[in-house]
Design a protein around this ligand. Structure first.
Ligand code: NAP
Length: 509
């Protein structure tokens, strides 16, 4: 009971409109819960005793769960959430399960019927919700399922968009995050958020502070435009922090979400086709990150601008109209970041010798910029054909990956993911080969100091991480989408603080 009171108080303080009380393993006297709920009856409550088969912890029979819930609700107005499968199997013969039809208080919701699916196949969400809603108009129907990937979220979004009454439709897991946040846009009953990471009740659930603070849940409405970063992985992206802050500062009604589009099963094209078919999503655009930049350019086709086409990769999509356009803001962001670190202008780069590691989307953007301003570039990749083709496209020299430590151009740029937060102990270069460089530039910004940069710094070589480039390319995206330029210094501070907080948090765990 003490936990219940403490957690509920924290939820109200955090801005929750309604608190779900989970009594799956409650063995105390339910009358104590009833007394508590009755004494806080001006608050909104959901009372749930989730069965093991539906993702909870209760092993009790349906009729025993129903009895427990009714006793714990007492005379309060708490909404009882009950499993739809058990309700439909037992409701005719079990008086305790008649709660959904009880009461005569007009249109006020009396409870929630819910169905959870964890096997990856989206159920027929609309049909399920309709069947539940038929039982009584005062029932709030809820469906939550684990989507196979982000494209598997469309049934939940379609159901929320089409619903004429309060419903709950959730795609779980990381890929389903947008269904949780956009629930507000579609005016549905609400979304579930945990108090913190230790209290999540379903995979992919965000916490209350993130829902309200990062995604500005209270300000989302039917007109909110939707932006996001699509890639795999995207959980580490600082994009939501930056763009949601900029939208708020500039008074733009929009939300920016991490959209995990996996590499498998042609997920990207299924996701993009699904977005195109749904104008009501009010999509504004996407940031595109690893590994989709090249595929995105192909997808947008003739809508790509000259720079993105010559680079062969798009990191920015404007998706406002039926005709999408694609752009590349990495190129000038990388060049301007390097110039700022070297204390020179773009024109002063002419003749600079540069080694570039990797030949993916970011490397191509960097190469295009370096060559456009007259640098002599050598590119190192692990695939000989790809490396030669990239080098030829941009007039650079191709060398095998194995030879990367044998030269020492003035500038070394790492455009591979080696050393990212998931692989922090790795460096793409033996440290001895970093001597005599003028600067080592790692495009990675999380962590702020990769092993590569740490090694360079300990040899007294100047270093540059990817933070400034990240902020510049993001600001250019914001300008493409909104016509407004955000404050770069403030953005650098925000990203830096968030990364440091994350690193301290991670290391103290
Ligand atoms: P990408 O398109 O997937 O390209 C990655 C490149 O790295 C590919 O050439 C890949 O080789 C190579 N690579 C990956 N693992 C390797 C390994 N173990 N050994 C050798 N080569 C390896 O990714 P991207 O979009 O270019 O991004 C690359 C990095 O830049 C990422 O860390 C990303 O976070 C960073 N980035 C930062 C910014 C910023 O604003 N700071 C912007 C863009 C990118 P294969 O071609 O053989 O697969």
């Amino acid at each position: 009971m003490e936990d219940i009171e403490r957690h509920a108080t924290a939820a109200w303080r955090g801005g929750a409109d309604c608190v779900e009380l989970r009594i799956d393993d409650f063995t105390d006297d339910p009358g104590r819960i009833a007394a508590f709920l009755e004494s806080h009856d001006r608050r909104k409550w959901i009372l749930t005793c989730r069965s093991i088969t539906q993702g909870g912890a209760s092993t009790a029979a349906p009729s025993d769960r129903a009895k427990l819930l009714l006793a714990a609700r007492g005379r309060s107005r708490a909404l009882i959430d009950f499993e739809y499968a058990d309700f439909s199997a037992f409701s005719n013969g079990c008086r305790q399960l008649q709660w959904a039809r009880a009461g005569s208080d007009g249109d006020t919701a009396t409870g929630i019927l819910s169905q959870h699916a964890f096997d990856g196949e989206p159920p027929d969400v609309a049909a399920l919700l309709a069947a539940m809603a038929k039982i009584d108009r005062r029932i709030i129907p809820k469906v939550a399922y684990a989507p196979i990937d982000i494209a598997g979220c469309f049934p939940a979004l379609d159901a929320m968009h089409a619903a004429r009454t309060a419903v709950i439709a959730i795609a779980m897991d990381e890929a389903g995050l947008w269904t949780r946040v956009l629930a507000r846009k579609f005016g549905t009953f609400g979304t579930y958020a945990s108090l913190d990471d230790s209290c999540t009740t379903a995979a992919g659930q965000i916490d209350l502070a993130t829902a309200r603070g990062l995604y500005h849940w209270p300000s989302i409405n039917a007109e909110t435009r939707v932006f996001g970063v699509l890639g795999d992985p995207v959980a580490h992206s600082m994009g939501p922090r930056l763009f949601n802050g900029w939208f708020e500062q500039h008074g733009i009604n929009a939300v920016y979400l991490p959209l995990r589009v996996s590499r498998e099963r042609s997920c990207l094209s299924r996701f993009l086709d699904g977005c195109k078919d749904r104008e009501w999503l009010d999509l504004g655009g996407f940031s595109v990150t690893i590994p989709h930049k090249e595929a995105m350019l192909k997808y947008v086709g003739s809508g790509a601008d000259g720079l993105a086409t010559s680079i062969g990769a798009a990191n920015t999509v404007v998706a406002a109209d039926k005709k999408w356009t694609a752009h590349n803001t990495d190129c000038y962001a990388a060049i301007d970041s390097l110039c700022a670190a070297l204390g020179c202008d773009r024109g002063d780069l002419s003749g600079l010798s540069v080694d570039v590691l990797g030949c993916g989307g970011a490397a191509r953007a960097v190469l295009a910029g370096l060559r456009a301003f007259g640098c002599c570039v050598t590119v190192y990749g692990r695939s000989p054909e790809k490396t030669c083709s990239v080098a030829q496209t941009f007039g650079a020299t191709a060398k095998p990956w194995i030879q990367r430590a044998e030269t020492s151009c003035e500038v070394l740029i790492n455009a591979t993911p080696i050393g990212m937060s998931s692989d922090e102990d790795s460096s793409p270069m033996p440290s001895a080969s970093l001597e005599r460089r003028r600067i080592v530039f790692d495009l990675i910004y999380n962590p702020l100091e990769t092993k590569l940069l740490g090694d360079a710094r300990s040899l007294g070589v100047a270093t540059l991480n990817g933070l400034d480039m990240f902020v510049r390319q993001a600001a250019a995206q914001f300008e493409v989408w909104t016509g407004q330029m955000p404050d770069l210094d403030a953005a650098r501070r925000i990203v830096m603080e968030s990364l440091l907080q994350r690193q301290t948090g991670e290391s103290s765990v």
